[in-house]
Design a protein around this ligand. Structure first.
Ligand SMILES: *Cc1c(COP(=O)(O)O)cnc(C)c1O
Length: 393
C-alpha cells in the first residue's frame, strides 16, 4: 500500500476534543481523587441525562453497544428460540446481540434508496415464533416510526431499536430510542457521541426492563451477593461516563454541523446524479444526523466499464475504482458495510447469495464520504471535485 498525502480524512476526533480537553482532564482528575470507578456518580448522572435527551425515562449504561443489544433483548423478555427480525445490511453487532441473547436472527432485505429495513420484506418473515423487530437507524436516519408502530402492533411483536448510529436523530416527532420497548446505543469513539473507549446504553420507559438490565449488567445481582439472574459483567466505566457528561451538551451542535455538511454535499453532488452518483435518500430532513454520508456508485457511472469475463461484477469495480482514485487524491473514504451479514463466513446459516438482492447490490455500490463536525465547506468541495475528476477520466 503506497502513501498518499491526506487532504481530507474520513473522521477527525481531535477537532471535537481539543476545545474541551481541559474540562475533561479536570473531571477525570476528580474521579481519580474520589476513586469511584465502578457504578459511580458520573454514571448515574449520564444515564439520567442521556435518557432525558432522547425523551425516555431510564438509561442503563453498559460496556458497549453490542451488550446493550444482547442484554437489552433479554431484559425485554426475549427467550431462547424466539425469532427476531433485522436488516441484512447492518453492522454485524446487531446480529451478535441477537445470538448472544440466544434468540434466532431472521434477516430481511432493505430499501435500495434509504438502505433502511424494508418493512414489506419483513412482513413475509413473520412466523408464530416472531417476538421482536430490530429497526437499525442506519447512517443516522430513523426507520419511519409510524410504519414501525403499525407493523409491530399488527403482528403483536416488540420494537427494539438499534440506535447505535442515531444519537438524537428525529423523525415524525419521535427521537431515536423513543419508539419501541427499548433501544440500544453505542458510545464507540467515532459514533456521533463517543467515549474514550467502548461504551453503550439501553434506554427504556419501562421501569421493570430498566431494573432487569441493571441486574444483568452487574453479575445478575439486584443487590450485593444476591444473584437472581446469571447475568454478566458489563458496566459503563465511571471515567467514560464522566467524559460523556462533558460531551453530551455539544451533541446537538455537532449533529447540526453534520447535517449542514450533508446539505452541502447534496447540493454539489446533484449534477452528478445523471452520471450514476446517487446519495442515499434522506426522508427525514434535518432529523437525519448523518453518522455517515453515503453515496451509491451505480451502474450508470462512467466508471462502470464492462468487466473482463470471470471478474467481479461491474458495479463493484466502479465503486472500488472511485475509492482508489479518491485515495490517490488524499481523500479517505469507507464502506459501511462491504459484505451483507449472510455472506460472512460465520453467518452462512442466515441465507445464501441472492436471497437479499437489494442488500447485496447496495454493499457493492456504497461509499461513505468524509463526515465529521468541523469538516469544512472547502474540504467538501475538494471531495466533490475529486469525484468529478474521477468520473471524467
Ligand atoms: C457501532 C454499532 C453497534 C455496536 O456497538 P459497539 O459499541 O461497537 O459494540 C451496533 N449496531 C450498529 C448499527 C452500530 O453501528
Amino acid at each position: 500500500m503506497s502513501f498518499y498525502p491526506q487532504k481530507v480524512p474520513f473522521v477527525n476526533l481531535s477537532l471535537q476534543h481539543q476545545p474541551i480537553q481541559s474540562q475533561i482532564e479536570q473531571v477525570i482528575g476528580e474521579i481519580i481523587q474520589r476513586g469511584d470507578f465502578i457504578l459511580g456518580q458520573a454514571l448515574t448522572e449520564f444515564e439520567t441525562a442521556f435518557a432525558a435527551a432522547c425523551g425516555v425515562q431510564y438509561g442503563v449504561g453498559v460496556a458497549c453497544g453490542t451488550d446493550a443489544i444482547a442484554l437489552g433483548l433479554q431484559a425485554c423478555g426475549i427467550h431462547p428460540g424466539d425469532e427476531v427480525i433485522l436488516p441484512a445490511n447492518t453492522f454485524i453487532a446487531t446480529i451478535i446481540g441477537v445470538i448472544q441473547a440466544k434468540a434466532t436472527a431472521i434477516i430481511v432485505d432493505c430499501d435500495p434508496d434509504t438502505a433502511l429495513i424494508d418493512l414489506t420484506a419483513a412482513e413475509t418473515a413473520i412466523t408464530s415464533k416472531t417476538k421482536a423487530i430490530i429497526p437499525v437507524h442506519l447512517y443516522g436516519q430513523m426507520v419511519s416510526p409510524s410504519q414501525l408502530l403499525d407493523f409491530a402492533n399488527r403482528h403483536e411483536i416488540i420494537i427494539f431499536e438499534d440506535a447505535a448510529q442515531a444519537h438524537l436523530a428525529e423523525r415524525e416527532g419521535y427521537r431515536a430510542g423513543s419508539i419501541g420497548k427499548a433501544a440500544a446505543f453505542s458510545f464507540y469513539p467515532s459514533k456521533n457521541l463517543g467515549s474514550f473507549g467502548d461504551g453503550g446504553m439501553l434506554i427504556t420507559n419501562d421501569a421493570e426492563i430498566a431494573q432487569k438490565m441493571q441486574t444483568l449488567r452487574n453479575y445478575g445481582a439486584p443487590s450485593k451477593y444476591l444473584h437472581t439472574e446469571i447475568g454478566t459483567n458489563s458496566r459503563l466505566d465511571n471515567l467514560q461516563a464522566a467524559v460523556l457528561n462533558i460531551k453530551l451538551p455539544y451533541l446537538e451542535k455537532w449533529n447540526r454541523d453534520r447535517t449542514l455538511a450533508a446539505q452541502h454535499y447534496n447540493t454539489l453532488l446533484e449534477p452528478l446524479k445523471h452520471k450514476g452518483i446517487i446519495p442515499i435518500a434522506n426522508h427525514s430532513n434535518t432529523g437525519h444526523i448523518y453518522h455517515l454520508y453515503v453515496i451509491r456508485v451505480t451502474e450508470k457511472s462512467p466508471l462502470a466499464k464492462p468487466a473482463p469475463t470471470g471478474a467481479a461484477p461491474t458495479k463493484r469495480i466502479a465503486r472500488n475504482t472511485l475509492q482508489a482514485k479518491l485515495a490517490q487524491e488524499g481523500i479517505q473514504t469507507g464502506i459501511h458495510y462491504p459484505v451483507p451479514c449472510h455472506l460472512q463466513p460465520a453467518y452462512q446459516n442466515l441465507g445464501n447469495r441472492g436471497d437479499f438482492p437489494r442488500a447485496e447490490t447496495l454493499c457493492e455500490q456504497i461509499l461513505s464520504l468524509p463526515m465529521y463536525p468541523g469538516l469544512s465547506n472547502t474540504q467538501i468541495e475538494q471531495v466533490v471535485k475529486a469525484i468529478e475528476r474521477s468520473l471524467n477520466c
